[in-house]
Design a protein around this ligand. Structure first.
Ligand SMILES: [Cu+2]
Length: 317
């Protein structure tokens, strides 16, 4: 638990339900139920505890389809999700080895992570996936018994289908390798940070994660002096985030990175509230990285999971 977590009270009765359907090859994770009174900020809302999904198979996770639903399975607006983050506690992140491998995330933008044919994120049976969820409710409607549901199509390693190429989720954060949250001042602002790639390889595509009033993310390879992607957010008339685009390089064979390249991520915000929003912002470019030599990535497996707790390097909030 870091200092940020301590500001929140823990929501009672929120559990993780995991269903693995071996016919449709889909794992469905449900976090809930959560009661979300109207007009409640993420700082005031009781938050779910961290929950852990133990992967019951060897294979690949192929895609992530997040949505918010009520008890009867009807859709609830994505704007109630402040943030969710999935971390593989058994592996270190390839860009920020001080952190666990950050394998999936979503916010109000509810970006659907589609399958990239031929690729997948490799998991081993027994891997512990830690799920952090933060909710809020900026709307005038109260919602009861809300569930975060994430459907994850997978391929079992024992299947006859050809093995997949491994992708490694790349989180390029304006806070570099620290906690992702930061204060956003009133009006227009920009924040940027860098991270160094230590492996040769390609980025298959890039999307982004912002919070409300976020306007855009730019990812640059400053070593090559190239802009990798410019992602302009879609916001509503109040400046609340609706979506962040995804740019794919799969057709071109990926955007090439070399070991030693410095990547710079910049996020812009335009906060119309007239107030500084404490811990209100994140700015992360998110992509899939394919290393030129996959065998080098085996060193990222952790022998003693849980070290992050002691180092105080858990994700933000
Ligand atoms: Cu966030």
């Amino acid at each position: 638990m870091d200092m940020q977590h301590m500001h929140h009270s823990v929501a009672k009765g929120v559990t993780l339900e995991a269903k693995v359907d071996s016919v449709s090859h889909t794992a469905t994770l449900r976090v809930g139920p959560m009661n979300l009174p109207a007009h409640t900020s993420h700082m005031k809302m009781p938050q779910p505890p961290d929950l852990v999904w133990q992967v019951p198979f060897d294979g690949w996770l192929l895609a992530y389809h997040p949505r918010l639903v009520d008890a009867s399975g009807n859709s609830v607006p994505g704007t109630l999700l402040h943030h969710t983050a999935f971390w593989n506690e058994n592996r270190a992140d390839f860009l920020c080895p001080n952190k666990e491998e950050h394998i999936f995330g979503a916010g109000s933008e509810m970006t659907d992570w589609a399958e990239v044919p031929g690729y997948g994120y490799h998991v081993q049976k027994g891997d512990n996936i830690r799920i952090e969820t933060m909710v809020y409710n900026p709307t005038a409607t109260s919602y009861d018994k809300v569930y975060l549901e994430v459907a994850i199509p997978f391929q079992d390693a024992t299947e006859s289908a050809a093995a997949r190429k491994n992708v490694y989720p790349a989180w390029m954060d304006v806070k570099s390798c620290g906690n992702s949250g930061y204060d956003v001042p009133a009006g227009k602002s920009e924040k940027s940070g860098t991270v160094t790639v230590k492996y040769d390889g390609v980025l298959l595509g890039v999307g982004g994660h912002l919070h409300d009033y976020g306007r855009g993310i730019v990812l640059e390879d400053t070593t090559r002096k190239e802009t990798v992607a410019t992602l302009d957010a879609k916001v509503d008339e109040k400046g609340q985030l609706e979506s962040v685009p995804v740019k794919l390089f799969v057709q071109e064979g990926g955007f090439k990175f070399s070991a030693g390249d410095v990547l710079k991520t910049s996020a812009t915000y335009d906060n119309p509230t007239g107030k500084l929003l404490r811990d209100g912002a994140m700015g992360i470019a998110v992509g899939y990285f394919v290393p030129a030599d996959d065998s080098k990535m085996a060193a990222l497996r952790r022998k003693t999971p849980g070290m992050h707790e002691m180092a105080g390097m858990s994700h933000d909030h």
